[in-house]
Design a protein around this ligand. Structure first.
Ligand code: IPE
Ligand code: MG
Length: 243
């Protein structure tokens, strides 16, 4: 979700006004995904590098996170959304940590949209914490070093229980991953739009998904294989294995 600051600057408003407007786009995206039966939506709300921003901006972002959780959790629950937060939350204020834990607990049994908020998250942090946990398991004697393979590694990453993302969307015109889900994005289709996050609405989301729908995903196979297979099976559930 990029472009809040520029959206505000274009209107001669403080950057924080852009973040406030961005919350509206979050609400729209979540509602759209819940309505359309999307299985998982992961929003990059705050990266582990965003602490480098001016203190006042960081504090507004934290305040928005807290107030949005307070305002929206009940509605999410009523709509069968399961909320969780990935990232190192120990850096957050105790009140925010408690609010996050309460929202996760309340919605843990829901089986609709999996809404994941990446906050103080970094893809390298995710990979490093998985490596640390595996090392601990080796030390504890639970596994041997030679047992470690991509599948076992993946099981210690954030989002291990969710399918890998099909589509990545970055708003705001930059064309980079910026330490988002590095491992998980290995086969994800990337979509970049110049639209600033506060302007990103249902039409923009549908445009991104239409673009995605026109792509051929091969997962290492040839296009002839994928086409032959699509003709015989005719269903995306028969996707070739990701190898
Ligand atoms: C939102 O956009 C990203 C967040 C950290 C919430 P930015 O604040 O990065 O907006 P620009 O890039 O300055 O326009
Ligand atoms: Mg930015």
């Amino acid at each position: 979700m990029d472009g809040n600051g520029r959206w505000a600057r274009n209107r001669l408003l403080p950057r924080t006004a852009g973040h406030m407007a961005g919350v509206g786009s979050v609400r729209k995206a979540v509602e759209w995904c819940a309505r359309k039966g999307v299985k998982a939506l992961t929003l990059f709300a705050f990266s582990s590098e965003n602490w480098r921003r001016p203190e006042q901006e960081v504090s507004v972002l934290m305040g928005l996170f807290l107030s949005t959780l307070e305002k929206e959790t009940r509605k999410l629950h009523e709509n069968n959304v399961r909320l969780r937060v990935i990232g190192d939350r120990t850096a957050f204020a105790p009140e925010l940590q408690a609010r996050i834990a309460a929202a996760e607990k309340l919605t843990a049994g829901n089986d609709g949209l999996n809404l994941v908020i990446a906050a103080n998250y970094g893809g390298r942090w995710d990979i490093a914490q998985a490596a640390r946990r595996l090392a601990e398991r080796v030390q504890g004697g639970g596994i041997r070093a030679e047992d470690i393979n991509p599948d076992l590694f993946q099981s210690e990453l954030c989002l291990a229980d969710l399918p890998e993302p099909d589509l990545f969307i970055r708003t705001g015109g930059e064309r980079r991953i910026s330490n988002f889900l590095l491992w998980q994005l290995a086969y994800t289709e990337l979509y970049f739009t110049a639209t600033l996050w506060p302007d990103f609405d249902e039409q923009e989301l549908e445009r991104a998904i239409d673009d995605y729908a026109g792509r051929q995903r091969r997962f290492g196979h040839t296009s002839e294989q994928v086409e032959a297979w699509a003709q015989s099976a005719g269903s995306v559930s028969q996707r070739p294995l990701r190898t």
